[in-house]
Design a protein around this ligand. Structure first.
Ligand code: BES
Ligand code: MN
Ligand code: MN
Length: 461
């Protein structure tokens, strides 16, 4: 464990108490806990002296809003984050209960890491901003206006935030949006996320006979919906691992030679990558590197598949229905509504005789790219340089935060993604954790962003 100052101990205690609230947005059984987490965030903002805070109800989970406006002539930074978390399942695979945070050391985190659902995504990372604000306020370093918008539906597609943003453009007016909800390469090589992928999330149902059948009496003569679904899914990639949906790649933005070259220069170790997730070989679209495949190329993956008999022992049955949840990660210029439609048409078109197919679109979002030639990016760059002593590199990420491209469309404002997580933090997985090093480094680095942002802005004008 690292030695902590009195303040740092308190930050850690506060963060751990936040992690005890099971704010699982996907499961209505947790609605009151989600509301409790919103109240906790509002209270945390009040305690650090944010001059106006409120909880704004939506048709879903509430939004926590706070603002501390010191001078209308100064720039305004809007901090976005989320207090909701993914379901902890499968709970059996956690070494300690997901909502009873504990500190343990790991080879990557010799100073210790907090293990709990949401430790990194995004309670830990979002809380760093509240503590950075506390530090700036106490030390009289606050040189601009700050707004906080912390939502409770990010993990379920931010369904109600879009309307809120559309209807509150004046309230949310700002010069830049600052977010810690992504990762960095490593502590030896900090990076700033310059991209997010879009998403299109589908659910399919294949129906065969009107009831489950005895597989001896009917087997061989009737299309089995699970067999059919597997065949249909396997048709969605060709042998170069390209997606076969007609039109899928039409609008895909290809990187320039120089962009690909720059990406290839980022530190990456293939055997460490394989070891870290326990695989012997990698697999993906031909013609692209491992890092390109997981960031700047679109994908199609089955997230879950079910149907038929999955209980103990054996039951001979041809099920009436088979289901799958299928998501596609998208890249700039792909429109998720168009892609959902292309998927739907194609999936229907490859259904063999003897089954019917239903396709449903869940949610989606657009991809996003941050330019590096602006003051806010430069300020972030300087901030990492100050606290890590190493220049951060721009790095396109593979995950999605659909609200970020929406901010750009609705508010006309770019987001700067200062994420301090590591891929090994196991976000969305059992044993999610967030390093104390990362947490405290974030609290130290964020105020530097504000400092450089104001300085660069003054120089510019
Ligand atoms: N914080 C993640 C997104 C992320 C993580 C981006 C790491 C880049 C690096 C966010 O909470 C998330 O999980 N987003 C979802 C999408 C959402 C619509 C459910 C995702 O990417 O699957
Ligand atoms: Mn997140
Ligand atoms: Mn997440």
């Amino acid at each position: 464990m690292m030695t902590l100052t009195t303040d740092q101990k308190r930050y850690l205690d506060e963060w751990m108490s936040f992690l005890k609230i099971p704010s699982v947005s996907a499961d209505p059984n947790f609605n009151s806990e989600v509301a409790a987490a919103a109240a906790w965030v509002k209270d945390a903002l009040d305690k650090v002296g944010c001059s106006h805070t409120e909880i704004i109800p939506t048709a879903g989970h509430p939004i926590v809003y706070g603002e501390h406006l010191i001078d209308p002539k100064l720039p305004t930074v809007l901090v976005y984050g989320h207090y909701d978390v993914q379901p902890p399942d499968p709970v059996d695979l956690w070494d300690s209960p997901p909502f009873e945070p504990v500190i343990k050391t790991t080879p990557l985190h010799p100073e210790g890491a907090v293990f709990a659902r949401g430790a990194c995504d995004d309670k830990g990372q979002m809380f760093m901003h509240i503590k950075a604000f506390e530090v700036m306020k106490k030390e009289g370093l606050l040189g601009c206006n700050i707004k906080f918008m912390i939502e409770g539906e990010e993990e379920v597609g931010s369904d109600h935030l879009e309307d809120f943003v559309k209807n509150n453009k004046t309230k949310l007016a700002c010069d830049v949006i600052l977010i810690s909800d992504t990762g960095m390469i490593s502590r030896e090589q900090p990076s700033i996320s310059t991209g997010l992928r879009g998403l299109s999330y589908m659910e399919v149902t294949v129906t065969g006979p009107n009831r489950d059948l005895h597989s001896g009496l009917y087997g061989g003569a009737v299309a089995n919906p699970i067999n059919v679904l597997c065949e249909m899914i396997s048709k969605m990639h060709d042998d170069q691992k390209r997606i076969t949906i007609p039109g899928f790649y039409d609008k895909v933005e290809e990187l320039t030679h120089n962009e690909r070259k720059a990406m290839a220069e980022a530190p990456f170790n293939l055997s460490e990558f394989k070891d870290s997730i326990g695989i012997k070989g990698i697999c993906g679209e031909e013609g692209y590197t491992n890092e390109e495949r997981r960031t700047i190329r679109p994908t199609l993956d089955v997230n879950g598949i079910w149907g038929g008999y999955t209980g103990e022992g054996a039951k001979t049955v041809i099920p009436s229905k088979a289901h799958a949840k299928i998501s596609m990660r998208l890249v700039p210029n792909q429109d998720w509504n168009d892609i959902s439609e292309l998927f739907s048409n194609y999936f229907q078109s490859i259904a063999p005789q003897g089954v019917t197919v239903e396709v449903q679109t869940h949610h989606g979002g657009y991809a996003y790219v941050t330019p590096t030639n602006n003051l806010a990016y430069q300020a972030a760059h300087q901030a990492y340089l100050d606290t890590f002593g190493i220049a951060p590199i721009p790095s396109r990420g593979g995950g999605s935060i659909p609200i970020v491209p929406m901010f750009e469309n609705e508010l006309g404002v770019k987001s700067i993604l200062m994420g301090f997580g590591l891929d090994s933090d196991a976000i969305h997985s059992p044993n999610e954790h967030y390093g104390l090093f990362n947490f405290f480094k974030g609290i130290e680095t964020l105020p530097k962003f504000y400092k450089h942002y104001i300085e660069l802005q003054n120089k510019d004008s």
